[in-house]
Design a protein around this ligand. Structure first.
Ligand SMILES: NC(=O)c1ccc[n+]([C@@H]2O[C@H](COP(=O)([O-])OP(=O)(O)OC[C@H]3O[C@@H](n4cnc5c(N)ncnc54)[C@H](O)[C@@H]3O)[C@@H](O)[C@H]2O)c1
Length: 283
């Protein structure tokens, strides 16, 4: 099997490629390294360092394209919204056009922010628009595309800088620097934290399945905890202080995956790994 992973040098992309290699896939990554990292590269993979627009120059035949490349976080999307729309919407349109021409199945990395008001951030809107362009190509041009929506993903290779990280990554970075953990808003906002190994497992299962999920695959644990509860887990392990910062735009209140029968059909059963993950962290 031959797979193209866009965003293959990033957090989720590098975990996905590691598993694809274990399964003996022939893998190519297309990534511009805006947040992706050279140290995430894996032996035996062809890494193309280029913008998503370069996809038009790729002539090889693939069995599957995992389209993960994106301006991938809320905060930078406020700093450079033009880039969010160029990559997340325009880039996805190019991937769809390429897939149509070459008859390649695509799995699009959607975001659970789609279930919020998508106008809460340029990120949420641009990822939602990416979904819509996928649906248009599915309906009118018969592209075999599935949308997989991720909730809050954590695990190895997670981005740890303040601008691009998710809460766990940012806290790990602050811990390593001996800084208090910051909580944005009142900390009562709830998130569904899902380990990257479960996301990878689902992506591979969806890619191999002939099932069509018209409403999109919801890849969350199905359980949420508040940021304050997350802090208690960190505090128990590291005995650290927190400080509360003013709330920010885009910081919605609640997200968790609802029951979804389609997930049982691909035999996907994610496990709650957050406490083990935090307890096993060495700083
Ligand atoms: N991590 C999460 O919790 C989460 C949640 C929901 C959705 N997602 C989606 O999953 C996907 C992967 O996210 P991630 O957490 O691995 O983020 P990431 O930033 O680590 O990965 C994105 C990758 O895309 C690359 N990229 C960015 N712009 C590009 C461009 N113009 N051309 C080529 N490559 C480009 C980056 O260099 C990076 O390697 C993204 O589409 C993101 O929106 C992630």
């Amino acid at each position: 099997m031959k797979a193209l992973v866009t965003g293959g040098a990033g957090f989720i992309g590098s975990n996905l490629i590691a598993q694809l290699k274990k399964l003996k896939y022939d893998v190519v990554s297309l990534d511009n390294y805006s947040t992706g990292k050279k140290e995430n590269e894996i032996n035996g993979v062809l890494y193309i360092k280029n913008d998503i627009e370069y996809i038009n120059s790729i002539k090889t035949k693939f069995d599957i394209c995992f389209h993960l490349a994106a301006q991938s976080r809320v905060l930078p999307s406020f700093k450079n919204s033009e880039e969010s729309f160029r990559v997340n919407f325009g880039g996805t349109q190019m991937v769809m056009e390429w897939a149509r021409r070459n008859e390649i199945k695509v799995l699009y990395a959607g975001s659970s922010s789609r279930h919020q008001d998508v106008l809460t951030s340029p990120y949420a809107l641009s990822k939602f628009m990416g979904e819509e362009i996928c649906l248009l190509y599915r309906r009118h041009f018969k592209v075999d595309v599935e949308i997989a929506r991720f909730y809050n993903v954590f695990g190895p290779n997670e981005i740890v800088d303040e601008n691009h990280g998710n809460v766990i990554g940012i806290w790990l970075d602050r811990l390593s620097k001996g800084l208090d953990l910051n909580i944005i808003g009142d900390g009562e906002q709830k998130r569904d934290f899902i380990h990257v190994s479960d996301i990878v497992d689902a992506l591979i299962k969806i890619s191999k399945s002939d099932l069509k999920n018209d409403s999109g695959w919801e890849l969350g644990l199905g359980k949420s905890i508040s940021i304050n509860q997350l802090f208690h887990i960190f505090n128990k392990r590291f005995n650290i202080n927190c400080k509360y910062l003013p709330d920010r735009p885009g910081n919605y209140k609640f997200a968790y995956r609802k029951e979804d029968k389609m997930l049982k059909k691909i035999n996907w059963m994610p496990k709650d790994k957050i406490i083990d993950h935090i307890n096993n962290i060495e700083i």
